[in-house]
Ligand binder design. Structure first.
Ligand SMILES: NC(=O)c1ccc[n+]([C@@H]2O[C@H](COP(=O)([O-])OP(=O)(O)OC[C@H]3O[C@@H](n4cnc5c(N)ncnc54)[C@H](O)[C@@H]3O)[C@@H](O)[C@H]2O)c1
Ligand SMILES: O=C(O)C(=O)C[C@@H](O)[C@H](O)[C@H](O)COP(=O)(O)O
Ligand SMILES: [Zn+2]
Length: 369
């Protein structure tokens, strides 16, 4: 098992990465779980695959589980589910010191973390991520949120978990499409500031995704360490450092909004395409070599993620995608900074981007064969 320490403003927690952690849930939580019933929030797919394993660990160790099993999918990150889940936690008489468990992907982690952040002005929670995306990204760093009709993650809080248990065995039941979508947030760390890791991805991603357990442990642990390092420098995204983790997301969130937050385009898929668009826009502006941008597009496309805006077959133009971007949380005094690249592993926040230019570029990409 790999243990990655996260030290955010003197509030440290561990991310443990290894196989079989779900079966050892109670010993891994080491006395954090309340005796009178443990609240666990999950979705129906995760419950079907792993509910019995988790339930056995709890019951064998003298804990009664209280399950809240939500519908899978992005629509669960909503005001209605937030209210209903908080009321459910209140009905269980959860106290501030109790730990709520988030068992699932990024949807469950984001919703549960937000519930924990507002319940009694802040309760403890444990992230038990079961998707690749949640293990490498969403379970770490404390961003929690729901979506609103205006856009993605527009209501939320920064609220750190007390512990993260990333069981690599959980990935065995994850559908191939969700596994691939999670890989987008893995290769993101290489593109942000770690060209060596991008080279590692180029060599090893296919075998890692095919199931090699050592490569999976390395990919998850390395990604978590990258995220922990960046978040530790800028927990609340105020200095521009944490914003680097948004690479591909300004374009990606606009595409998710345009496709109705539906399964037509998963978050990781949108981020993959968003990173290709960011790289191609950077090349068009002559900030990065065209060959590097096409290297990124080729890598993402060959692994099986979307790398062409035209292939999405959207019924919209660039101006409409830019309209979605106006809800981006990075908006600052009416301008929108973009994460652009000077090269692979050289992402930076550019505050001089013209939205008209972006819309024109997107029109070209929407038409490009
Ligand atoms: N807070 C953050 O820092 C952060 C970072 C990245 C993404 N996110 C958010 O995370 C969400 C995407 O997360 P996701 O990709 O994990 O999606 P998800 O939570 O929707 O899970 C993907 C699918 O896999 C199923 N599933 C999960 N684990 C499974 C398992 N082990 N076996 C079988 N099926 C399983 C789920 O039921 C769902 O159908 C988005 O809402 C995104 O905005 C948040
Ligand atoms: O942790 C961060 O910071 C990130 O930006 C991670 C992203 O992968 C994640 O999708 C995040 O939710 C996007 O940022 P947001 O602030 O627009 O919600
Ligand atoms: Zn993301």
């Amino acid at each position: 098992m790999a243990v990655i320490p996260v030290d955010i403003a003197g509030r440290p927690y561990e991310v443990r990465v290894g196989a079989g952690l779900l079966a050892e849930l109670v010993p891994q939580c080491r006395g954090r779980l309340r005796k009178r019933g443990v609240p666990i929030i999950t979705d129906s797919n995760v419950h079907a695959a792993w509910g019995a394993v988790v339930e056995a660990s709890l019951r064998d160790n003298g804990h009664e589980p209280h399950w809240r099993i939500l519908p899978p999918g992005e629509a669960t990150k909503s005001w209605d589910e937030l209210a209903a889940t908080v009321n459910w936690l209140l009905s269980l008489e959860v106290e501030r010191g109790d730990h709520i468990i988030a068992l699932g992907g990024g949807v469950i982690g984001d919703l549960t973390g937000f519930c924990a952040s507002v319940l009694k002005r802040g309760c403890k929670f444990i992230q038990v991520p079961t998707t690749l995306l949640a293990q490498v990204d969403s379970s770490v760093g404390g961003k929690t949120a729901i979506n609103t009709p205006a856009g993605k993650n527009l209501v939320g809080a920064f609220h750190q978990p007390s512990l993260v248990l990333a069981d690599l065995s959980a990935l065995e039941t994850l559908p191939e499409r969700d596994l691939l979508a999670g890989y987008a947030e893995v290769v993101k760390y290489g593109l942000i500031d770690d060209a060596d890791f991008f080279a590692w991805c180029d060599t090893n991603a296919a075998a890692m995704l095919a199931g090699d357990s050592q490569l999976r442990e390395y990919a998850v642990a390395h990604s978590v360490a990258s995220k922990a390092r960046i978040v530790a420098e800028d927990e609340f995204e105020t200095t521009g450092k944490r914003a680097l983790l948004n690479l591909g997301h300004t374009f990606g969130h606009a595409l998710e909004a345009e496709t109705g937050f539906s399964t037509r385009l998963l978050h990781g898929e949108a981020v993959a395409l968003g990173m290709v668009i960011a790289a191609r826009y950077s090349a068009r502006r002559e900030l990065m070599p065209r060959a590097s941008a096409e290297h990124i597009a080729r890598h993402i496309g060959e692994i099986g993620l979307p790398a062409s805006l035209k292939a999405l077959d959207l019924d919209c133009d660039g101006a409409r995608l830019v309209e979605h971007m106006l809800h981006d949380k990075k908006m600052d005094g009416g301008t929108l900074p973009f994460l652009l690249l000077r090269g692979i592993g050289q992402t930076y926040l550019d505050k001089q981007v013209s939205l008209e230019d972006v819309a024109e570029f997107l029109d070209e990409e929407l038409a490009r064969g």
